[in-house]
Design a binder for this molecule. Sequence first.
Ligand code: NAP
Ligand code: HSE
Length: 442
Amino acid sequence: MENPLKIGIAGLGTVGAELARIIHSKSNVLAERCGRAITITAVCARDRSKDRGVDLSTASWFDDPVSLATSDIDVYVELMGGEDGPALESVRAALKAGKHVVTANKALLARHGVELAELAEDAGVLLNYEAAVAGGIPIIKVMRESLSGNDVTRVFGIMNGTCNYILTRMEDEGLSFEACLADAQRLGYAEADPAFDIEGDDTAHKLAILTSLSFGTQIAAHEIYIEGITKITPEDITAAKDLGYRIKLLGVAQLTDSGVESRVHPTMVPLNSPIAQISGVTNAVAIEADVVGQLMMSGPGAGGGATASAVLGDIADIAKSRPGHQHGPAFGRPASRLAPYKRAKMRKHQGGYFIRMSVYDRTGAMAAIATRMSEQDISLESIVQRRDKPRSQVANKDMDAQTLILITHETHEEAIRKALEAISQDGYMAAEPQMIRIEELG
Ligand code: NAP
Ligand code: HSE
């Protein structure tokens, strides 16, 4: 057997500690499969005294990730997180020192991926990041290697386990948003700052990576339209279900005539569609491409085990590779061949819309709403009117508001925004309207 593959792990939290435990418990089988042992020779975290639930006494301890990254290791495994700071500095240092890098850090790649890919190519080493997108689902390998002969037209999916977990439990158990988020944090699904999950940034980071792999463009996370799930109410979830839909936080990137439309937002998907069945922490990524047609992969999207599984797959690939027989560039083509990202304007987005409005029950309100919609050439598929309490119980009839839910046929985002603005100006709305896009799933 060849010399062991020496790995250094920076970050011993949910993912790093689980990775170390699996490498220890599966050392024999890994050596057998890779043709060489995988040895943890160095580790780094902030708190040296913390019990990690695994014996790391044979590994050298480093307080500084950059020193670990340039020490006597073959692979630097970055599991600290953060788009800049120690994660960026240490990964840069490792690549410049000719070490292979494995990371689960989508924020880092979404911001600095092209630069890091160039460093890896220059040094002739691998930059592997399977765990950065959709946890345990091997989507990067599929897009980077298996679909090389395809032209992708759309990629979309549920890419944040925390958000899907929250939406599922709110619907199934009627729990509050806050209670579900607290459980997701306790289970190790959420980011160190959970705002990244619930505000949609984490999905955008992952979508930025998939967009680059799909369309051969430079990574442009800052160009993605983002709406999180914080404004989704139990009323929206119930209304969606009554109308035959379920709300999911989707990331969608598709080719349009004017460029790439990349967006992250709560989305209505038909209740009977495969993606509507994806519940809890599970993620799913669907790809539409010219040769293969449609494919969808689903699996656990967050948590120590699922993520460590993907990280370990990346390490094993490096252990199995031999000089001259390594896998290709990080984003599926040489970094210098990635085209500039051309953004399609969100106001040109075409699709159906779910609109929930709280409207004063006054003479002329419905007629005005219908007029404003038709002025923008918006055709309505359905209208549902609901009232919370009988009108007889409302003291001030002029301020009596009722809920109006509209489902539109396909239209433009600009038309919807103009119509809602006009309805608001007419003075019939008692609160900000809710607008959720409906995704055509083909
Ligand atoms: P975590 O539980 O918060 O662990 C972070 C680890 O990094 C901790 O061990 C921490 O040390 C260490 N660390 C932080 N800053 C450091 C510094 N400046 N120097 C040295 N060590 C430092 O995070 P995690 O959930 O394992 O996530 C790690 C990475 O994986 C992130 O990029 C995350 O986005 C990504 N990821 C996570 C999941 C998931 O489900 N959790 C899934 C996919 C990808 P101490 O323990 O001493 O504080
Ligand atoms: N916080 C992320 C999620 C971890 O909930 O999906 C996996 O990337």
